[in-house]
Ligand binder design. Structure first.
Ligand SMILES: Nc1ncnc2c1ncn2[C@@H]1O[C@H](COP(=O)(O)OP(=O)(O)OP(=O)(O)O)[C@@H](O)[C@H]1O
Ligand SMILES: [Mg+2]
Length: 290
């Protein structure tokens, strides 16, 4: 591999190089030729044991954009985003076909260090999953995996991450209290802070608001809006309004009688929502199935 950033030898100091982004909400997305591809997926199929869950996926996740993954239950959205940082391998006997590149590097190269990969490509799950340790230690967790830092520096990292996740004001006086004492919405923002603390380039979010009430959902959406310039985000959502509010590109996945989970259509969110090319996309967005 040419770029060492996913290999075992860590080089922890690189800065994020981020492309200019736009503010979304059904405004025209930047043209693909103006964008850098953060993750390039080609002919991707994935099997749990012998069961093929997704097949033939081709998609570019653009740097500095929010890409929404939508589609009916069971069409492979979670499977797809878990393949993007190889968390899918924790599911046991699995098989991947095709290629996934992260800024030109094959993430399935045997030299790839999985901790390092997941540091660059972080993930936030549907159900908030804070560790049963303090708020501070949750945020510091990922950094500590890669070595010790002086307390002053760590304090600053924790504060910055919590501010980025719009949680600092609510927790700054109880950093040493257990994370399990936070509300669900706070726990989810803590999980986002934990993911952001290690400065990933890509943040994968699998229905991050599905366990949250409308106010907490709004906070997470505002957070995504504020992070969009700094990170590349891929978010799975069942909420069409949410997809149209937060994303600039949308991928519609589905299954049908003859095919397991596959990508039906991908394009700028405004086009997918207002002028989808595929009838199935239109039917799904209009709520006629799924
Ligand atoms: N660990 C697993 N072992 C075996 N099959 C699985 C596993 N996880 C998911 N599947 C199957 O893979 C297919 C895709 O599931 P996946 O969870 O990716 O769908 P999804 O689009 O995220 O659905 P939802 O919207 O309900 O979250 C489904 O048929 C599911 O039953
Ligand atoms: Mg899912």
């Amino acid at each position: 591999m040419n770029d060492p950033q996913l290999e075992t030898t860590p080089s922890e100091t690189e800065e994020l190089t981020l492309s200019q982004t736009k503010s979304g909400r059904l405004e025209p997305a930047p043209e693909p030729n103006e964008l850098v591809t953060a993750m390039k997926v080609r002919d991707l199929s994935f099997y749990y044991g012998t069961f093929k869950a997704i097949e033939g996926i081709n998609i570019d996740i653009y740097e500095g954009q929010v890409t929404a993954m939508i589609g009916p239950s069971g069409c492979g959205k979670s499977t797809f985003i878990k393949v993007l940082n190889r968390i899918s391998e924790l599911e046991g006997q699995v098989k991947v076909e095709g290629t996934v590149e992260f800024f030109g590097q094959n993430i399935y190269d045997p030299k790839v260090n999985l901790n390092r990969l997941r540091r660059q490509i972080g993930m936030v799950f549907q159900k908030p999953n804070p560790f049963p340790i303090s708020i501070y230690d949750n945020v510091a967790y990922g950094i500590r995996l890669f070595g010790r830092k002086p307390k002053v520096e760590m304090d600053e990292i924790v504060e910055t991450a919590l501010k980025s996740a719009a949680l600092w004001g609510e927790v700054k006086d109880k950093l040493n209290k257990s994370a399990l004492g936070l509300s669900g919405g706070q726990q989810q923002r803590l999980c986002i802070a934990r993911a952001l603390a290690v400065k990933p380039k890509v943040l994968l979010m699998d229905e991050p608001c599905s366990a949250l009430d409308p106010i907490a959902t709004m906070k997470v959406e505002e957070l995504i809006e504020s992070l969009r310039h700094e990170f590349t985000i891929a978010i799975v959502t069942h909420n069409m309004q949410q997809a149209s509010r937060v994303s600039s590109y949308t991928a519609f996945f589905s299954t049908d009688e003859s095919r397991v989970g596959h990508l039906v259509e991908f394009g700028p969110t405004s086009q997918i929502f207002l002028q989808a090319k595929h009838p199935r996309t239109r039917e799904y967005i209009e709520g006629r199935f799924g």
